[in-house]
Design a protein around this ligand. Structure first.
Ligand code: CCH
Length: 287
């Protein structure tokens, strides 16, 4: 018999939607985690995979999924993200054709949409790389620092002031864990639903230093149940940043529009897409 050419599977939109649906159903099923959802930690995995990008050298970014390897996985900023990576292992096993790099970003997209955020258009095309592509420590932001540091870190990725503030709205989601970052508590009262509450709370609450043994963080004066990092407060201490905080606090539609645009940019930093890669918009399970 003539040797047959091995079949190469070319996934289509429907195949990615099937992965999306599987992540969404696992999110719904595993509701005994944190505030009832793995969504926030999956968003953080996608962000930390992407946020290592350096526009000068073209290194880092979500292409590669190099956080799988110890040098990068054990960076302080990535503490706890094994929970997100482990959550996705059964999905990877069921759809072995998808790269870890594409899967992590798809999980971020799915989580944002399932937590009632805006539509996040998605393009596949990331390839997993080996340990030699791990980025050096120190490329992700340090929560103890202020506006100069934020600008240094995010300008290196290619973002401007408006985009820095729009990205920070992701802190409407999830919480800090003392055993991961040292910080403790959620930013908002609805940490599993994406809203512009982060900006509203930043502006409208009185923030005071929390009295505790842990790293310096703020608590809201009225309920003492919410938190802000020094890097969060920097967004209202800096006049240019604060103008955008005010815009997003006043207009959730504007926040959703700008957040969607900037998170797509973040998730695509340094990814060598082929020209034929089309943007996919997945159907949320609630629609
Ligand atoms: Fe963040 N973030 N983040 N963050 N972050 C933390 C948690 C989340 C900073 C520090 C922290 C973004 C930007 C910044 C999420 C998304 C984004 C934690 C707690 C710290 C500390 C980690 C822990 O203890 O588990 C700093 C500094 C910056 C500076 O800009 C951006 C950008 C995004 C996404 C677009 C999400 C989501 C979480 C919650 C994770 C969880 O496990 O609940």
């Amino acid at each position: 018999a003539a040797p047959s050419t091995p079949k190469v599977f070319t996934p289509k939109f429907e195949d990615y939607q099937a992965v999306y649906n599987e992540i969404a159903s696992r999110l719904e099923e595993k509701d005994d985690y944190d505030d009832g959802s793995y969504g926030p930690v999956l968003v953080r995995l996608a962000w930390h995979a992407s946020g290592t990008y350096d526009k000068e050298t073209g290194t880092g970014g979500s292409n590669g999924a190099t956080m799988r390897f110890a040098p990068e996985g054990s960076h302080g900023a990535n503490a706890g993200l094994n929970a997100a990576r482990d959550f996705l292992e059964p999905i990877k096993a069921k759809f072995p054709w998808i790269s870890y790099s594409d899967l992590w970003i798809l999980a971020g997209v799915c989580s944002i949409q399932e937590m009632l955020g805006p539509q996040i258009p998605y393009r596949p095309g990331r390839a997993d790389r080996d340990i030699s592509a791990c980025t050096p420590d120190g490329r992700l932001p340090d929560a103890a620092q202020g506006q100069d540091h934020l600008r240094n870190i995010f300008y290196r990725m290619g973002f401007n002031d408006q985009e820095i503030v729009a990205l920070a709205g992701a802190h409407a989601l999830g919480r800090c864990h003392a055993n991961r970052s040292g910080y403790e508590g959620p930013w908002t009262f609805s940490p599993t639903v994406l809203t512009n509450d982060y900006y509203k709370l930043l502006l409208n609450e009185k923030w005071q230093w929390k009295k505790w043994e842990g790293p310096k963080q703020y608590e809201d004066k009225s309920t003492k149940s919410l938190m802000m990092l020094p890097a969060d407060l920097a967004l209202i201490q800096d006049k240019k940043f604060k103008a955008y905080v005010e815009k997003y606090a006043a207009d959730n539609d504007l926040f959703f529009k700008d957040f969607s645009a900037v998170i797509v940019k973040l998730f695509e930093l340094g990814v060598p897409f082929t020209e034929s890669a089309e943007k996919m918009v997945f159907k949320p399970t609630s629609a």
